[in-house]
Design a protein around this ligand. Structure first.
Ligand SMILES: [Zn+2]
Length: 402
């Protein structure tokens, strides 16, 4: 592997281990990626910050240069996991691995996507999720969900009222946590002595490898490596015992942790991933990332400018904002974006203000080409969009997928 000259480190130290950080990606001025302005007055009030992704030179944890006040952030565009066929399959399969546990707690349980198959298999389970709307949907279906954040207070409440779980799951929420160490402390408090904690994360190494720069945005302060996860859990006497590759969100990992005072068997996968990261992040990959991003953004713009095509987008997830603001893509390049959430339709994309419409619009104003921003769900999207008979592209790197 190519050895590269040392990159100038930034002022900021790693939030997790205090070591120097290097700049991984500079994504320019960006708005909040989950705040969809409703009208032109709202455009004027939109705030922008400089979005830079850094990487720690020691634990390889990705993190942002700036932490935006959380109170600026959350609005009520709740996302229901269970409407998505690919995610349902993922959690149905996951539930099969959990059948031998006595009591499973799902942290960030959303609308009960994991609780449902567990309950169907008679596994005692409980969810906890801070969203009132989403928790209500799960509870109405008989999938018991505490509406709260997971922290020491709610962990104590669960212990007193339900007992200690021997399995705790937290899927796709770690990256959003502002204080991951407090969260881990509560996990360690609540898990039973021989219990197992399963954390599912998007994997920073895959994100870099696949040039998925659009996954950086202000709602997510951390982007984890296996090394960084292992280190911060160990600080709370939780040992990484296994690392498994899983499919959702394009190249994620499931990490298993257990308490240290237990006769632990550490799977070889742990050692293998640590070694992989040492080689990968010490190589040219980190320095070349910015060039890769710029090349991909240019290729996308070239595609959008081609032959005066009418182009529409499908899916307005947060990363739509990162891509369009970085590559300066507005209504002149993408006429409108379709989203399945009725709460987003009628609004505009953050920063670049591309109109968001519901999917019926595709038939009224038929495009020549569709850029699928939520490309990992292409199979379910294509069920509807195949009737258009037009090419479907993923944005980064731009290539035809259907
Ligand atoms: Zn670090």
């Amino acid at each position: 592997m190519k050895v590269i000259p040392e990159k100038k480190s930034t002022e900021k130290k790693c939030e997790l281990c205090g070591s120097d950080c290097n700049v991984l990606a500079d994504l320019g001025n960006q708005p909040l990626a989950n705040k969809y302005p409703a009208n032109k007055d709202a455009f004027k009030k939109e705030k922008f910050w400089h979005l830079k992704a850094l990487i720690c030179s020691n634990c390889f944890c990705g993190q942002l240069n700036e932490m935006i006040d959380r109170s600026e952030m959350f609005e009520d565009y709740y996302y229901l996991s269970s409407v998505n066929a690919e995610l349902n399959k993922h959690f149905d399969d996951f539930a099969k691995d959990l059948l031998d546990f006595n009591f499973v707690l799902d942290v960030g349980s959303n609308d009960g996507i994991l609780l449902r198959p567990l309950k169907n298999n008679n596994v005692k389970c409980l969810g906890i999720d801070p969203s009132i709307n989403v928790g209500e949907i799960a509870n109405n279906e008989g999938l018991e969900t505490i509406v709260d954040f997971f922290n020491m207070d709610s962990a104590k409440y669960i212990k007193e009222n339900y007992g200690k779980p021997d399995a705790i799951v937290a899927s796709s929420i770690f990256t959003h946590l502002e204080k991951p160490k407090d969260f881990i402390e509560s996990l360690e408090y609540l898990i039973s002595n021989n219990g197992e904690i399963f954390i599912e994360i998007e994997y920073l190494l895959n994100l870099v490898k696949k040039c998925q720069f659009e996954r950086f945005y202000f709602d997510r302060p951390f982007y984890y490596s296996v090394t960084s996860m292992k280190n911060i859990f160990e600080e709370n006497n939780l040992v990484l015992t296994n690392v498994k590759e899983i499919s959702p969100h394009g190249g994620s990992l499931r990490l298993s942790f257990m308490k240290r005072d237990h006769n632990l068997k550490i799977d070889d996968s742990v050692k293998n991933f640590l070694e992989l990261e040492r080689n990968f992040f010490k190589s040219s990959n980190v320095n070349d990332f910015q060039k890769e991003i710029e090349k991909n953004a240019k290729d996308l713009v070239d595609l959008l400018n081609k032959d005066n095509l009418t182009i529409a987008g499908y899916g307005a997830p947060a990363r739509l904002a990162t891509i369009t603001n970085f590559a300066n893509i507005d209504i002149n390049k993408i006429k409108y974006v379709v989203d399945d959430s009725p709460l987003k339709a009628g609004r505009y994309s953050p920063g670049m203000h591309i109109p968001i419409v519901n999917k019926d619009h595709l038939l009224k104003e038929k495009p020549d080409l569709l850029v699928v921003f939520a490309y990992e769900y292409i199979e379910s999207i294509f069920e509807y969009t195949k009737q258009l008979g037009i090419p479907h592209y993923q944005p980064i790197p731009p290539k035809q997928i259907k």
